[in-house]
Each structure stands twice: as structure tokens, then as C-alpha cells.
Unconditional design. Structure first.
Length: 80
């Protein structure tokens, strides 16, 4: 994931995010979106594409990200 997040951080000008019902539950997808959104050094424009299956996270899910993101396959702790 280091390389992937570094590419988003330093080489991507536009990040097209294809939002399905599972996109935000995947840690690497959430990490890419967060990296692009929080990158102050290199402006990344995020272009969301909403599919019919996408459901925006609830306030409860946003306040407890562990209920939204499936962390069983990887951990993003080391990336901040």
C-alpha cells in the first residue's frame, strides 16, 4: 500500500472514485480517497461516480469507522 498511497499523493491530479456499496468498506480504497483528500502538497481533484448500489455512510458509521471499513484483510494504522 505504501507505493499505491505514494502514487496518489505525488502523481495523481484527478482521482476518479467509482462508488459502489462496497467501495468505502475496502481499506485500500478508503486509504486512497483519504490520501487524495488530505494531501496539502499536491492538489488532487476527487471525482466521485455514484452507482445505484452506493449508500452513503450514516453518521453512526462515520463516528465509528470500524463499523464501516473491513479491517480484517489489512490495517491502515501505519499510514496515519
Amino acid at each position: 500500500l505504501d507505493k499505491l498511497f505514494d502514487i496518489v499523493r505525488s502523481r495523481v491530479g484527478r482521482l476518479i472514485v467509482y462508488l459502489t456499496r462496497d467501495t468505502l468498506a475496502r481499506p485500500w480504497c478508503a486509504g486512497e480517497i483519504t490520501t487524495g483528500f488530505c494531501n496539502a502538497q499536491h492538489k488532487v481533484t476527487i471525482l466521485p461516480i455514484y452507482t445505484p448500489s452506493f449508500v452513503a455512510p450514516s453518521e453512526q458509521q462515520l463516528s465509528n469507522l470500524a463499523s464501516l471499513i473491513d479491517m480484517s484483510r489489512c490495517s491502515l494504522v501505519q499510514y496515519g
